[in-house]
Design a protein around this ligand. Structure first.
Ligand code: ADP
Ligand code: MG
Length: 693
């Protein structure tokens, strides 16, 4: 349960003064529903109002705070002209300028004869300094109401900046004093403030340096967040380790037959990964291993060998893919090899219904069926295994930790192997999987050719089409991928349909269209037409539809490439270059592209190393954007910026490891404080793995 000391931080934002239901909604949209979310919403700028010159000494363009006497008001005859208020001090005249403001309101607020304090940006017009719409005008006796240094927050439309500042300030005023969860020696070495001071300092920057992600206060807060993340992962893992494991070690007879049926021999990295996997499976604890490798690096064979190992030992294994097409493709790839090994394998997707489905489930429950490939349909409640020992999850960033655990719940001490095709930067792997064991396939299987990548502005579309037309005439097949923008699937579909129609002018009925809204069998039919050469060009709306293996396809066109993540582009490109002939990838981009966007595409042109691309993507866009984090199940951070705080992440991992070794139940005083940290960052699930205390 959440410790009561945190209750004030988990009140809804509307508990803060000035935030009713309407503004509360805006704050929620901007920062999140709870007071603590607002506290994690850090300033992005600072306005220094401490400069208070005399009127004559106020330079053009600078923010200044001046003490002046109000001399006279001049209301315009024409309401579209500005309303002006003349003020003076002993050095000169200052005009306050207002547009579209009612004069009677101004005469009340700023009465003639009063001495007032004005703050805003000074601009000189024809020898007269002016402030247009001052940020603040207060009577002299209330001058403390003007904040000397004012934080500037990332905003959302409709929410007044002042309201937000006030809400944050009152949240800061009521900050509880939390027990210190960081190691005191580490804090001292880093010269970081305690949590409460760090938060206050982060919200009250004095200058630009305080806004830096590397300022002591922000580093402290980032480290807290990273430690909560790493500790949560370490605890979940520790709990899994505590659960009994089992020894799975086959005699190799099925694997030998499957290997003999392969038209190639394993690469060094495939063999090395398998050694690690077999060792994990043989060990008396649960395997939790990530198999990372580029598209085409040969993960499927590795998965098959691991699964056959389980079958040799008398148990069952399952392979789960994120989409129906991929599941089907896996089943098709594996079928002949399983046949050679003399092992049955079946496919289960959401499309299977009725008697046929029930027959598969019966054979699965009786143990007659040793191997299973499927989609998330494998999670359905009535899917029961007799003895599931290994779950392989072809993740492609579409499943979260939760689903991983769900499948492993379908057996006794299930070993889990997660495969990802997108190379994730080391730092992101850590945040998503913690200290999970990792095997990487770094070698490309023999025979793979490099893909020639070019970038072309969309205003040269005609040339591109003619170029492809020539290649098709020589026997090539081409993918044409159109981007998917989450918010408007409808519009994307329209764009893809339009592109398809446009290409028909050149390719006639040799160009097909496949998209996510199509029914499964229709999709399959189009895919099959392309795979078997009845179509030359395949227009596709999403990444998913091209998650297939067509070795004859040698051209990949990516429309509006700037709208994809680098890793996604890289993955798409991996769909070509699989056959004998040289392949090419054309990245079509909007001619009005920003510098950063150009730099991103250039990276892709310059290298085919997925890990280099992933690191570069992280550097250019920040972790939040990499891989389309939101859909990927990778955690997002509020204060930590992995492009900057990578080194802190490594330290947090080491710290989490030490903590779980020395104080596995978080029972020491520091351990107790760390429990508070977990709840503060809403890692409740991890905190609940602990015994109470
Ligand atoms: P991934 O799942 O990692 O994207 P796949 O397992 O689909 O890659 O393999 C891509 C292609 O490479 C397949 O056609 C597969 O048969 C082939 N392949 C796998 N391993 C090797 C190898 N060691 N040597 C040659 N070809 C291989
Ligand atoms: Mg694959």
């Amino acid at each position: 349960m959440r410790p009561s000391i945190l209750f004030p931080l988990f009140k809804t934002v509307t508990a803060l003064p000035g935030l009713g239901p309407r503004l509360g909604k805006l704050v929620e949209k901007l920062a999140g529903p709870h007071v603590v979310d607002l506290l994690w919403h850090l300033p992005c700028g600072v306005i220094d109002r401490r400069f208070s010159p005399k009127i004559a000494g106020a330079p053009n363009g600078r923010i200044a705070t001046l003490t002046v006497r109000v001399d006279s008001h001049a209301a315009p005859a024409n309401p579209r002209h500005p309303y002006k208020i003349r003020c003076t001090d002993e050095t000169g005249v200052l005009e306050l300028v207002y547009f579209h403001v009612r004069g009677d309101w101004l005469t009340k607020q700023i009465p003639v004869g009063r001495t007032v304090v004005v703050s805003g940006k000074v601009e000189w017009f024809h020898d007269t300094p002016q402030i247009t719409h001052p940020d603040a005008v207060v009577p002299l006796e209330s001058k403390d109401e003007i904040e000397a240094v004012e934080p500037v927050y990332p905003m959302t439309a409709g929410l007044p900046a002042k309201t937000l500042r006030k809400a944050v300030r009152s949240a800061l005023a009521e900050l509880p004093e939390l027990p210190e969860w960081q190691d005191p020696a580490w804090l001292a070495r880093r010269q970081w403030p305690v949590w409460r001071d760090a938060l206050r300092r982060a919200h009250c920057p004095e200058d630009e340096a305080d806004l830096s992600a590397l300022s002591p206060a922000r580093c402290r807060l980032a480290f807290d967040e990273l430690l909560a993340n790493q500790l949560a992962l370490a605890l979940v893992r520790q709990q899994q380790r505590r659960l009994a494991g089992r020894t799975v070690a086959g005699d190799g007879r099925l694997r030998a037959r499957a290997l003999a049926a392969l038209p190639f021999s394993l690469t060094g990295s495939q063999a090395a990964a398998l050694e690690e996997i077999y060792a994990d499976m043989a060990a008396d604890r649960r395997m939790l291993r990530l198999l990372q490798g580029d598209v085409g690096s040969g993960k499927t064979v590795v998965a098959l060998m691991a699964m056959l190992n389980a079958v040799e030992a008398g148990a069952q294994a399952a392979l789960m893919a994120p989409t129906e097409i991929l599941a089907r493709q896996h089943a098709e790839t594996l079928a002949p090899l399983c046949k050679a090994a003399g092992v049955d394998i079946a496919l289960l997707t959401g499309r299977d219904k009725g008697k046929a489905r029930q027959a598969v489930l019966d054979r699965l429950a009786s143990g007659e069926l040793p191997l299973m490939v499927g989609t998330h349909a494998l999670f359905q409640e009535d899917v029961a295994f007799k003895d599931l020992a290994l779950a392989v999850i072809d993740e492609q960033h579409r499943f979260g930790v939760h689903q991983r655990l769900q499948l492993s719940g379908k057996g006794r001490a299930v070993d889990v192997l997660v495969m990802t095709a997108t190379p994730i930067p080391r730092t992101l792997t850590l945040t998503a999987y913690g200290d999970m064991d990792v095997s990487r396939l770094t070698e490309k299987p023999a025979g793979r050719k490099p893909v020639q990548t070019v970038t072309v502005a969309l205003d040269r579309l005609e040339e591109v089409v003619q170029g492809i037309h020539r290649k098709v005439a020589e026997g090539a097949r081409a993918y044409w991928v159109c981007p998917l923008v989450e918010e408007s699937e409808q519009m994307d579909l329209a764009a893809a349909t339009e592109r398809h129609a446009f290409l028909r002018a050149t390719f006639g009925d040799r160009v097909g269209l496949v998209h996510g809204k199509m029914r499964g069998p229709d999709k399959d039919a189009v895919m099959a037409d392309f795979a078997e050469g009845r179509l030359d060009v395949l227009v596709a709306t999403t990444v998913i539809e091209v998650g297939v293996n067509v070795p004859e396809a040698t051209v990949m066109v990516i429309d509006h490439a700037e709208r994809f993540g680098l890793a996604q582009l890289h993955q798409l490109r991996g769909r070509v270059g699989r056959g004998e002939k040289p392949s090419s990838c054309l990245l079509l981009f909007d001619p009005h592209l920003t510098e950063t966007a150009r730099a991103r595409l250039k990276t892709l042109r310059d290298t085919e190393d997925g890990f280099v691309i992933a690191e570069e993507d992280l550097r250019l866009r920040g972790a939040g954007e990499v891989l389309g984090t939101r859909q990927s199940g990778l955690p997002e951070f509020r204060m930590a910026d992995l492009a900057v705080h990578g080194e802190l992440l490594a330290a947090a991992r080491d710290d989490a490891r030490l903590i779980t070794e020395r104080d596995p139940d978080l029972a020491t005083p520091r351990g107790q404080a760390l429990r508070t940290l977990l709840y503060l960052f809403e890692r409740d699930a991890a905190a609940k793995t602990l015994r109470s205390g």
